[in-house]
Design a protein around this ligand. Sequence first.
Ligand code: UD1
Ligand code: MG
Length: 454
Amino acid sequence: MSNTPLAIVILAAGKGTRMKSDKPKVMHELAGRPMINWVIESAKALKPETIITVIGPDMPELKKAVEPHDIVTQKERNGTGGALKCALPKLKGFKGDVLILLGDCPLITTKTMKALIKARSKDLTTSLSVLGMHMDNPTGYGRIIADKNGIVSHIVEEKDANKAEKSIRIVNAGAFCIDSKRLESWVRKLGNDNAQGEFYLTDLPQIAAHDGAVCAMHVCENAQELKGCNSRTDLANLEKNTQNLLRENVMAAGVTMIDPDTVYLHFDTKIASDCVIEPSVFFGPNVVLEKNVTIKAFSHIEGAHVKSGAKIGPFARLRPGATIGENAGIGNFVEIKKSTIGERSKIGHLAYVGDCQMGEDVNFSAGAITVNYDGFQKHTTMIGKGVMVGSNVNLVAPVHIDDGAFIAAGSTITEDVPADALSIARDAAQIRQGWAAKYRKLRAAAAKKRKASK
Ligand code: UD1
Ligand code: MG
């Protein structure tokens, strides 16, 4: 990599009309992270002197998303060339390479950016480089017109292209690298005499050629990486590509996925080696799985830390603030929120645990719940180690069940329970001998009478 200083400009001011959305296009998410942040993360790895994002005037959420990096506002959305022009004042005095990226091309890798920068510095006259890719169906993309040595003469936008140009399969991925010495004069020469009446960034190669400079091209082998996002269909396709990348990374790190295509990962999901993820599992933000964890089918996990050897699911829901201890077992139709579950504790079926500190070796049976909300406030349930909570128990918080206590099935517990005690809080059973037989007889007689009167 050359030691030439680098500045990066990301164009993200477009309205994204084709998305039909109230939010800026680049704020739409892939694996839970806005597109713009995917671009910024890959750009950051190049250690540039600055990253400037061009945003629209009414995009406070986008401004926040790019922080602490610089922004510049493009007041009039008059095209990609107009957007770059807005960044010129911020680049005054900068000497080096200026890499221009599109905010709606989110999966571009650092490696590809490096290759584009390298193409720019091929020789002394190469003041510009453009990123190209092969597309079997190039519809919607600008076509790159280049000679057999890869020297670009110009780029034609789809809407301005004639039939012959439309048949070209090498398209413009949207990214450029330009020598800062040429930047200002060339950008000021961009015009808007085209089908869309916009200032096209894609006119740069032609302007460079007029100036006797050479525009080189780097053709990226992997077109999937450079697909742009202009519609919800593009977004869905990009999500597929993103998920595939994330799944590949997870499996490369030693995780077994029985049916990877059905597992949805968040960009920040951390899964240690020898975990097993069964089919149809969804990961929301902020999940950490330590080694040897099994997530069984149809589980929904977000904001949770699962310690090694624990088994979750099938059909389990872990919500934010759930910490599951080593070798613990969380079974089907169990929901855990903002709670710590001790080592080896078992919550096997049909239970709700919220705002709870649970010790180790607890058995929390089917139908048991923490009653954590009184209609106004949340309260905490403390459960010591080795506690046995029977089936269908309500633990009305705030309440403390001390070590080794037993809670009888069907109890509603409103008082603290001391260590090793039994708490039973339910009506005693009444046995009425012969009642059922008598009742059946009465019903049969009534049915006979009804039939006779018809
Ligand atoms: C653009 C390229 C096209 C290329 C394609 C690759 C131009 C003229 N066309 O087309 O050759 O094949 O990307 O995906 O450059 N933007 C602004 N301000 C504006 C307009 C756009 O900042 O006034 C930003 C958008 O937010 C977006 C990016 O520039 O992130 C590209 O704009 P978009 O309208 O999507 O261009 P395409 O039609 O995809
Ligand atoms: Mg686009």
